[in-house]
Design a protein around this ligand. Structure first.
Ligand code: ADP
Length: 477
């Protein structure tokens, strides 16, 4: 099997291989990917530093052409790349292909952004002096990504970093190097100059840590767990480096008595369980007012009974396997914790046998949950959701906001008054009305509040807040 190597200073290098295993069939090796070393990371950072002066001054048409070509190739290869993504991560083929299309849309959007760069000219407080306010690239930017969106998250960090003139060292998650390698290969062939984008695959504790410890990174954008996010923050402060964190969620989805039951059930099933519940925007707390509670639980349980959990590549699978053994253990540990805390397992939670060996877990729904239980406070990151019964809208809102996280939130209601009040008062970065908490557009800001996020927003034009620095220049004519 051919080894997929790291890309450092425009050369494919590196030997020691890690097999990329298919969670739908652990007998299948999706590919062999290089395991980078701390020295590889140092060399990659040096290459990105050397490439920065020229790339930061590159013409906008050159950047536009490379990003556009990348978008076009990703889209043309959506079926092949979608299959690769589904084989390495375990989300179903439609989910994998959908994510690939989204990556293409992101590159297309930022290709357009290169043609829309602007600044401001304002009069000085002092007559005869002009003031220009411009945005410049930050420098060498480190990108660390998680396994749950193997192509979309790399795309939404790499595309703006390049569009705004930064050079990059990129470390994807160990479990999903295939999609990451594919987009780096596409960008490299699209004509990126040597050293502008460097890929170092390998262990977080080795190559990721080497990135954190470098004095030469001007910026670091991270998506992953809260624990690693804290390390990124501390190391970045130590090195006086700009940083951006996207971490966990414990996203509430409120269902009010006046909700359309079908809308509420579909949104809860989708955002709680699709993509195997492995989305930081998944609804893991479903907060339901007492008038509709029993009806809603019965309808949601019936809906969950119709979800086929199976091999990601099979046509009739609605939900794929959990990503790996350690995530599966975390999910089943939390199911045990929920039971011991006194919650009622109303549906699922069983390990499933399928034709191939994989990490198959039936969606699990807890009821009779209090918002103080661990299953309502800690991120599980699997197909496990908790229903919390409340008296009325006011208690629902208070419960929704009573969490250390604040990424996404949702409400199912036909009341304009409650929908409007919820949009204004939900302590989350993204609020959905009659929609799942997961599933966002590619061209508008993404990010959260409280323990979920730190720094400026990702995606859309708001990404320029992280990937550029502002300069104010004064001129006396
Ligand atoms: P998850 O539990 O979702 O795997 P992690 O925070 O462990 O979340 O992983 C997210 C990303 O952070 C991965 O690319 C991982 O390799 C990387 N990572 C893990 N540990 C470190 C570390 N000490 N320094 C830098 N990156 C790390």
């Amino acid at each position: 099997m051919a080894l997929h190597q790291n890309l450092i200073a425009g050369e494919w290098t590196g030997g020691d291989a890690i097999p990329n295993i298919n969670p739908s069939d652990t007998n299948e090796v999706v590919g062999e990917y290089a395991r980078g070393t701390a020295d590889d990371m140092k060399n990659a950072i040096a290459a990105a530093k050397a490439a920065f002066p020229a790339w930061s001054r590159s013409g906008i048409l050159e950047r536009h052409a490379i990003l556009k070509k990348t978008a076009d190739e990703i889209l043309a290869r959506k079926d092949e790349l979608g299959a690769l993504l589904s084989r390495e991560e375990g989300k179903t083929l439609p989910e994998g292909t959908g994510e690939v299309i989204r990556a293409a849309q992101i590159f297309d959007f930022y290709a357009g952004e290169t043609l829309r760069l602007t600044g401001e000219t304002v009069p000085s407080a002092r007559p005869g002096i002009g003031v220009e306010i411009t945005r410049e690239p930050v420098g060498v930017v480190g990108i660390i990504t998680p396994w749950n969106f193997p192509i979309a998250i790399p795309a939404w960090k790499i595309a703006p970093a390049l569009a705004y003139g930064n050079t990059i060292v990129f470390k994807p998650a160990e479990l999903v190097p295939g999609s990451a390698w594919a987009i780096v290969d596409i960008l490299h062939r699209a004509g990126l100059p040597k050293g502008v984008l460097n890929l170092v695959m390998g262990k977080g504790s080795v190559v990721g840590q080497a990135m954190l410890d470098s004095p030469d990174l001007a910026g670091l954008t991270f998506t992953g767990s809260t624990g690693t996010g804290k390390r990124v923050a501390l190391a970045s402060i130590e090195h006086n480096r700009k940083f951006q964190l996207e971490m966990g969620g414990k996203n509430p989805f409120v269902v009010l008595d006046d909700a359309d039951l079908t809308v509420a059930v579909e949104a809860a099933a989708n955002s709680g369980f699709f993509a195997t519940g492995q989305r930081c925007t998944a609804s893991s707390r479903i907060i339901v007012t007492e008038g509709i509670h029993d009806k809603f639980v019965a309808a949601l349980t019936e809906r969950l009974g119709k979800i086929n959990v199976g091999h990601a590549m099979e046509k009739d699978s609605h939900v794929g396997p959990v990503v790996d053994q350690s995530q599966l253990k975390q999910d089943t540990d939390y199911i045990d914790i929920g039971r011991k805390e006194g919650a009622k397992l109303a549906f699922g939670g069983e390990l499933l046998n399928r034709a191939t060996p994989g990490f198959y877990l039936q969606p699990a729904l807890f009821t009779e949950v209090s918002n103080q239980m661990r299953i309502a406070r800690e991120e599980i990151f699997g197909p496990v959701a908790a229903v919390i019964r409340v008296k009325d809208y006011d208690e629902a809102l208070a419960t929704a906001n009573d969490t250390p996280f604040g990424l996404s939130s949702g409400i199912a209601t036909t009341s304009l008054k409650h929908a409007t009040h919820f949009k204004r008062n939900s302590e989350a970065g993204m609020v959905m009305v009659n929609l799942p908490t997961a599933g966002v557009d590619f061209h508008v800001p993404f990010g959260g509040r409280k323990g979920s996020s730190f720094g400026s927003r990702e995606q859309g034009k708001y990404a320029n807040e992280f990937f550029t620095v502002v300069k104010t220049a004064y001129t006396q004519a």
